[in-house]
Design a protein around this ligand. Structure first.
Ligand code: GLN
Length: 491
């Protein structure tokens, strides 16, 4: 069961070769065996999970099956799930039992999927290494002394270590794609607004988007079918007609050897300059060559404003975070300080105790850039840069169908290596942040190995709502290569 695709798992359930309870037990046992070391899950509740699996078996017995019915799915601990501890990896929410389901969670419940547990992450999704979690760092299953990337490090480590068949995640500046790259997974961040943010604890609302970490593009397509969809409770949810994201997973040309014939792949030249580690650049170049072999044409594109993406992001994201996180004040839910003299001190002590230092840094930056006198200099300027970046992509998509480059400048780095240098940490997302600022769908797929035998990710950005096409491009690449099928040894 370890390496089976979601389709294969689903077929084996439908054929009654295995029950959902047995399948779920198998993954729960793997979690019990490996989680102490990996620290990928914050919460596991075998009783609740097995009850869902038993309910799925009853559905299967009645023939009431959807593609994910009975399949165990791990969820990033940013999604509220009724009756489950939902912490966002913060001390602030370390006692918070969610009273309702996020839209994403109810979609999985409706599909009959089984909730395997809540995965570790950077606190409030702020980080690129999963080291800011109140619950401690997550280890990379390829090398336990290294980070799995972040902020969705727990989801990534769980799928990479095959202790979960698939996991949900969220991406504000790269938090699905960068951990996918660092752990050898396929990671998909959909078009902004395609997946509802209702019940997904907010970090930077204009950038946050739910998505998936999986072993393959085919698996990601099946999961996106469940996650995507309009939700009136999220005012930025888009009324986009439902699509079957698996429909295009086929060759688009008459020549079977050239399944990507006619496809124009835009190569962002700025992404191959200084700052890109050679051991990452090599596999990415080889992947471009592979696209050519599959029939695609490579074209050079330029995104000149992308160099401003990290600074603009670190104005916009903290600004929105400082506003979103003002709700955590110890009054209604979450951590409250034990001793205080008055209301103001209750707020300040609860927040001082409940938030970790990276979260505090973001709140301070956000409050500063939004303050009178600095608003125009920082916040308004950053919004203008955001427009320039979106314009760059629009110009690129006049020349090509998909934009590609590396996902992360380096392979997974050692735990602690960048923890005391925020700027170095922020630069991890230099290639991924532009897609968030523009609201475009983007993916990372495994394309080889770099230094120390660690996975390398290829980044792809599609045009708005081009998920089905992008998934097929990734699928054709995965049919021709086996990087995505490699799993770490020892777990
Ligand atoms: N690493 C980036 C940050 O810390 C992105 C995080 C994310 O996508 N949630 O803000």
């Amino acid at each position: 069961m370890l390496n089976l695709s979601l389709k294969q798992l689903s077929d084996s359930l439908a054929a009654k070769q295995v029950s959902s309870v047995e399948m779920t037990r198998f993954f729960l046992d793997r979690i019990a065996k490996h989680n102490d070391e990996l620290n990928a899950f914050i919460t596991v509740d075998e009783e609740k999970t097995l009850a869902q699996a038993a309910a799925a078996d009853a559905r299967i017995a009645k023939g009431d099956v959807a593609p994910l019915t009975g399949i165990p799915v791990a969820h990033k601990d940013i999604f509220c799930a009724r009756g489950w501890l939902t912490t966002c990896a913060s001390k602030m929410l370390s006692n918070f039992i969610a009273p309702y389901d996020a839209h994403v969670i109810s979609r999985f419940n409706d599909a009959g999927a089984v909730m395997l547990g809540k995965t570790n992450m950077d606190e409030f999704a702020m980080g690129s290494s999963n080291e800011t979690s109140f619950y401690g760092p997550v280890k990379n299953p390829w090398d336990m002394t290294r980070v799995p990337g972040g902020s969705s490090g727990g989801s990534a480590a769980a799928v990479a270590a095959r202790i979960a068949p698939v996991a949900t995640a969220t991406d504000t500046g790269g938090s699905i794609r960068q951990p996918a790259a660092l752990t050898g997974l396929t990671g998909l961040k959909p078009t902004y607004g395609l997946v509802s943010r209702y019940g997904m604890i907010a970090f930077a609302s204009s950038l946050d988007q739910g998505g998936v970490l999986s072993k393959s593009a085919e698996d990601a397509a099946l999961v996106l079918n469940v996650m995507a969809g309009f939700d009136a409770r999220d005012s930025t949810s888009i009324e986009h007609a439902p699509e079957d994201y698996t429909r295009d997973l086929r060759s688009t040309s008459a020549d079977p050897a050239q399944p990507l014939a006619g496809l124009r792949v835009g190569v962002v030249k700025e992404h191959f300059g200084a700052g890109l580690s050679a051991d990452v650049g090599g596999p990415v170049q080889a992947a471009l060559e592979q696209f050519r072999k599959l029939g695609a044409t490579l074209v050079d594109v330029s995104t000149p404003s992308a160099k401003l993406a990290v600074p603009a992001y670190y104005v916009i994201a903290p600004a929105e975070a400082s506003s979103n996180l003002s709700r955590f004040d110890g009054a209604r839910y979450g951590h409250r300080a034990a001793d205080y003299r008055d209301l103001a001190e209750m707020y300040s002590k609860s927040r001082a105790e409940g938030f970790g230092s990276e979260v505090k840094r973001r709140i301070l930056i956000g409050a500063y850039v939004l303050s009178h006198g600095y608003y125009d200099a920082y916040y308004v300027k950053a919004q203008k840069i955001r427009r320039l970046i979106a314009n760059d992509f629009a110009a690129a998509f006049a020349q090509c169908d998909i934009v590609v480059g590396p996902t992360s400048p380096t392979v997974a780095f050692p735990l602690g290596a960048k923890a005391s240098d925020p700027v170095q940490m922020y630069l991890n997302d230099i290639y991924t942040i532009p897609a968030n600022l523009a609201g475009l769908p983007a993916m990372s797929i495994p394309c080889g190995f770099g230094e120390h035998g660690l996975p390398v990710g290829l980044h792809m950005v599609g045009n708005y709502f081009a998920e089905a096409q992008m998934l097929n491009i990734a699928h054709q690449y995965q049919l021709a290569t086996d990087w995505h099928a490699r799993a770490p040894e020892g777990v």
